[in-house]
Design a protein around this ligand. Structure first.
Ligand SMILES: Nc1nc2c(ncn2[C@@H]2O[C@H](COP(=O)(O)OP(=O)(O)O)[C@@H](O)[C@H]2O)c(=O)[nH]1
Ligand SMILES: [Mg+2]
Length: 324
């Protein structure tokens, strides 16, 4: 079963890819085993893409930009997959990213594959499935994988931890209010694009670029072989998108030449292993009948400040260890 599906994915069968992603997104235990076998089968065919994270506040133009970039790239002969990590799908089941702009032309582009964010109970769960989907897309021959997330919560860090390069979209203005931006997100960015540099916003956009360039000088860059760049673009009018891509390509070759790309991916994979281990352990622990029976009393004691949380956690673990 895993081998057949893996072969179909490798042959570029989009329906097989969609089916495989549905499998990794499933929470059923038997699906989990099939997904694991499938991922192991496709592993040799992964790793050859450029993994690009894109973030920005709602309305800044992420969907428009990804559509523009995606269509540009397919014209250049690339195959592009777009995945999303939407923190709201974990909290409310709703979606910030699944908004009015649905990348209509990219969705029907035969050399593109667009997949919305999986719903999940935790950001960690959503993130894990997106990582696995990324590997499946690579096995299917997509050589540019774009992972979109929205500028709220911890999802930027999660996306940055699974991609090679992180791109931040901003709107014109706000450049003189740099304290107002989340500095942490700026620090993740390898490329900042001030979008909507068109019409009467064009000069404001250029001013914003100057402000951010000045601000970035005082920030530490993520890697020794790359200095973060700031540029304007107009996703709506397809302006600056080719230049943005040239910067992505320059970033990738700089980090490939220095060996940092390989090191970074290896470290990402190791960190992923440990977060998976933690998730699996806690999932297993919570399923134990005897543990389940202990939880209400422990939680009650913690809620009423009768027992330190650390002690409650230690008791759970001690008991879990005796359960074999
Ligand atoms: N003028 C202008 N409007 C844009 C540009 N890019 C996006 N928009 C508009 O901004 C709005 C939000 O864009 P969207 O791509 O949905 O933003 P997202 O929420 O970040 O995905 C839409 O009405 C777009 O047409 C741009 O480059 N210039
Ligand atoms: Mg959008």
């Amino acid at each position: 079963m895993a081998d057949t599906l893996a072969a179909q994915i490798r042959s570029g069968d989009r329906r097989a890819l969609a089916k495989a992603i549905t499998l990794v997104e499933s929470t059923r235990a038997d699906h989990g085993e099939q997904a694991a076998a499938l991922l192991e089968a496709v592993m040799p065919d992964t790793g050859q893409s450029i993994r690009l994270g894109i973030s920005g506040a709602p309305g800044v133009g992420k969907s428009t930009f990804i559509e523009s970039l995606g269509n540009y790239l397919t014209e250049q002969g690339h195959r592009v997959a777009v995945l999303a990590v939407d923190p709201t799908s974990a909290v409310t089941g709703g979606s910030i990213l699944g908004d009015k702009t649905r990348m209509e032309s990219l969705s029907v582009n035969p050399n593109a594959f667009v997949r919305p964010s999986p719903a999940g109970k935790t950001l960690g769960g959503v993130t894990r499935r997106t990582r696995e989907s990324l590997l499946l897309c690579e096995a299917a021959g997509y050589d540019v994988i774009i992972i979109e997330t929205v500028g709220v919560g911890q999802s930027e860090t999660a996306v940055s931890d699974m991609t090679d390069m992180f791109l931040l979209l901003l709107s014109p203005g706000g450049g003189d209010d740099l304290q107002g931006i989340k500095r942490g997100i700026m620090e993740l960015a390898d490329l900042v694009l001030v979008n909507k540099a068109d019409g009467d916003q064009a000069s404001l956009a250029n001013q914003t670029v100057s402000d951010y360039r000045a601000a970035l000088q005082f920030m530490q860059s993520r890697t020794p072989s790359w200095t973060p760049q700031v540029e304007v673009c107009s996703a709506l009018h397809n302006q600056g998108v080719d230049k943005a891509w040239a910067i992505v390509a320059a970033f990738c070759s700089a980090l490939t030449d220095s060996g940092e790309l390989q090191t970074m991916r290896a470290q990402q994979a190791r960190a992923w292993m440990w977060s998976e281990t933690a998730e699996l352990l806690i999932g297993d622990l919570k399923q134990h009948e005897a543990i389940k029976a202990m939880v209400p009393e422990l939680e009650r004691a913690v809620l009423n400040a009768e027992l330190p949380a650390t002690v409650a956690a230690q008791r759970l673990i001690e008991y879990y260890k005796t359960q074999g």
